[in-house]
Design a binder for this molecule. Structure first.
Ligand code: UT7
Length: 330
């Protein structure tokens, strides 16, 4: 049976490191509060001249090199992001053009923190049907430009960072690759984590009034996100295991969206597994939304935490709410 196999991987983060101590100078917060509530010690923020497509291109170039491929070998680009350079069109076309790819299909996918798992599912379906053979799948975000670095917005400002990760997906010719993906949503939680403006809800869709009302900055009901995340993560991880008849003991690594260390620890407790089985690099990058899973996969692979034939599980939860998982045999 055809399925998608990962043949290239890479990630990139901006050079500028913003520590908790740096944030203490901008708002009423503390290293102690941030570390205790989220596990984050530092995150990377872009400089004036760097946008999400730039980070995406850096990660894509590394992924292509690791696959031993050229940009013209790719036949579809899927760019998972909620922070594309412009309101429209999506950033996938910038990647196609700047990397010198052929006139292939290129589109953005907006499913926030679940974006990369949603994107992997879409890519896998295209490969399974035979519609495409070689897909560049990217998760990249520049969240720092949407945040307000003051005490009124400190709950969000300390959590998010910028970065990108990319995979090359090709047709598997053995029993390795994406075994299954599982996608879910519950839109009644739309306003628990959202950035209301600009949008077609407003006439005009962007105005000084919207900015004066603070609708251009993201809002999060942290408690509600936390409560739902610690239930949905274990649920959707179990769904992937059950679907494939894989026992937890036979999983080399669970790679969750890096939302918050406390969420990952609660998931580990609920599932009865140690934190050695749940990958975490949130202390270095914060929450990079759709980029967090491919960055984590890329680092975990480089650290030798899984190898050929190992089972790994990806799991994500975020705005929408949306959540999902993927079972992969490497
Ligand atoms: O991809 C999904 C992304 N989102 C998440 O993963 C977030 C999930 N939620 C959480 O992890 C937690 O809800 C937070 C870490 C966001 C917040 O932790 P909490 O224990 O739920 O804190 P809280 O919002 O109830 O706030 C407790 C206190 C408040 O002060 P008062 O009212 O008790 O005086 C906040 O104003 O902490 C205050 N606070 C802060 N203090 C220092 C909120 N943000 C900060 C901050 N520094 N950055």
């Amino acid at each position: 049976m055809r399925r998608a196999k990962i043949t290239g991987i890479g990630h990139s983060v901006p050079d500028r490191v913003v520590t908790n101590a740096d944030l203490e100078k901008l708002m009423d917060t503390s290293d102690e509060w941030i570390t205790e509530r989220s596990g984050i010690k530092e995150r990377h923020h872009v400089d004036e001249s760097t946008s999400a497509s730039d980070l995406a291109i850096e990660a894509s170039t590394i992924a292509l090199d690791s696959a031993g491929m050229n940009p013209e070998d790719v036949d579809l680009v899927i760019f998972c992001t909620i922070s594309s350079d412009y309101f429209f069109p999506g950033g996938a076309v910038q990647i196609q053009e700047k990397l010198g790819m052929k006139n292939i299909g290129a589109f953005d996918l907006r499913a926030a923190c679940s974006g990369f798992v949603y994107g992997l599912s879409v890519a896998d379906q295209f490969i399974r049907t035979g519609a495409h053979d070689t897909i560049l799948l990217i998760g990249a975000e520049v969240q720092s430009v949407a945040l307000e670095f003051d005490t009124d917005h400190r709950d969000m400002a300390v959590l998010f960072g910028d970065g990108a990760g990319a995979l090359i997906l090709q047709t598997s010719d053995d029993d390795s690759g994406v075994l299954s993906t599982h996608l879910h949503s519950d839109g009644k939680h739309l306003q628990d984590l959202w950035l209301p403006a600009p949008g077609s809800k407003y006439k005009p869709f962007m105005s000084k009034k919207l900015i004066d009302e603070g609708l251009h900055t993201p809002y999060m009901n942290g408690r509600e996100v936390y409560k739902n995340a610690v239930t949905r993560f274990p649920e959707v991880i179990h769904e992937a295991l059950t679907h494939n008849g894989i026992a937890l003991e036979d999983v080399a690594l669970v790679i969750p969206h890096q939302a918050n260390l406390r969420i990952s620890q609660a998931v580990a407790r609920r599932m009865g597994i140690g934190m050695d089985k749940i990958y975490s690099n949130i202390h270095k990058y914060g929450n990079t939304t759709a980029a967090s899973i491919p960055i984590a996969m890329s680092e975990a692979f480089a650290e030798g935490l899984f190898k050929s034939s190992d089972n790994i599980i990806l799991a994500a939860f975020g705005a929408g709410f949306t959540w999902g998982s993927a079972a992969i045999r490497w």
